[in-house]
Each structure stands twice: as C-alpha cells, then as structure tokens.
Design a protein around this ligand. Structure first.
Ligand SMILES: [Zn+2]
Length: 165
C-alpha cells in the first residue's frame, strides 16, 4: 500500500481495524494492512500510530472487561479480565501484545513477539515493561482498586461437590 507491492501471505505485516473517518487524510491506511518494513519507515507512521493508539485507548476504556494498569509515553497496559490476560499496547508502533496472566512473570524475563518489528520495539521499551511488575503486583493492584475478579482467586479446578445418595 505504501510501496505499491502486493502483500504476500508470508510477508510480515502491520494492520489496523477501521478507525478513521473517510474524510481523514490517512483514512485509506486504516482497515488495511501494509508490509511492516514499509510501515516502519513510513513518514506518517508516528502520526498514524498516535491516532490508532488513542482510538484503542478509548475502546479499552469503554470496555467493562478492561482496567488500565500502566500508561507511559511508550506504552499502555490493560488488564483483560476475560482471559485473564495483560495487553501491552506499544504506542510508537500501535501494536498490541497480549500475554496470559499465568505466563506474564516468565514473559517479562524475556519479552518476545513473533514479528521482528514488534520484537525490536519490545527491546527498545524494556525499561517500561519492567514497570508492569508481574502477576502478583497486578493482582494486588486490582484488589486494592476493588477491581479483582473473583474468578482469579478461585481454584482453576471445580471444588468437589458433596454428593448425597
Ligand atoms: Zn510495502
């Protein structure tokens, strides 16, 4: 789309849902995919990423299953109670990385993503990622905020029901 070459199945890509109105000058880039390599050198990337980050931030804020955990110039982090998972939204590239809460402590030791451009950004913002603090830190924050989901503290195994015959 930026380079004019067709995106192939195996190309590393970046894409967004439709979040801009048709009258916006960058509208044709929303609800579309592009090569990640083209995206990273695109002269409008910063502007586009900032717009998409703000749109996603509003969407998460309006979603009852989400709680904002952290917000820095490089990223914001929301807790997604349905999985439960932590969604790390990298603002500079406008990409969300989702990590299951159970995997979070391990992941924070060595933050990884499948796509190279996302991995490069994770490496760059490592200091911000360290502010997430891990699973227990998040659960404590949710408890102290009155946001704790009871399903989190419950045993993953259904308790044995007493049966009477
Ligand atoms: Zn391209």
């Amino acid at each position: 789309m930026i380079c004019g070459r067709v995106v192939q199945k195996d190309d590393e890509c970046f894409g967004t849902s439709g979040f801009l109105k048709p009258e916006h000058p960058l509208w044709s880039y929303s609800d579309a995919i592009m090569h990640s390599t083209c995206y990273m050198v695109w002269d409008r990337r910063s502007e586009f990423a900032s717009l998409y980050s703000a749109a996603k931030r509003r969407w998460y804020a309006s979603n009852p299953n989400c709680s904002l955990l952290l917000d820095t110039p490089n990223l914001f982090v929301v807790y997604w109670s349905l999985s439960p998972a932590v969604i790390i939204f990298l603002k500079q590239i406008a990409v969300a990385v989702s990590v299951e809460l159970e995997d979070l402590n391990y992941w924070l030791l060595l933050p990884t993503a499948d796509e190279r451009f996302v991995q490069a950004e994770l490496d760059r913002v490592r200091a911000d990622l360290n502010l997430i603090g891990g699973k227990d830190h998040i659960l404590e924050f949710l408890r102290s905020s009155g946001l704790a989901d009871l399903s989190l503290t419950a045993s993953p195994f259904p308790s044995a029901k007493s049966t009477s015959s």
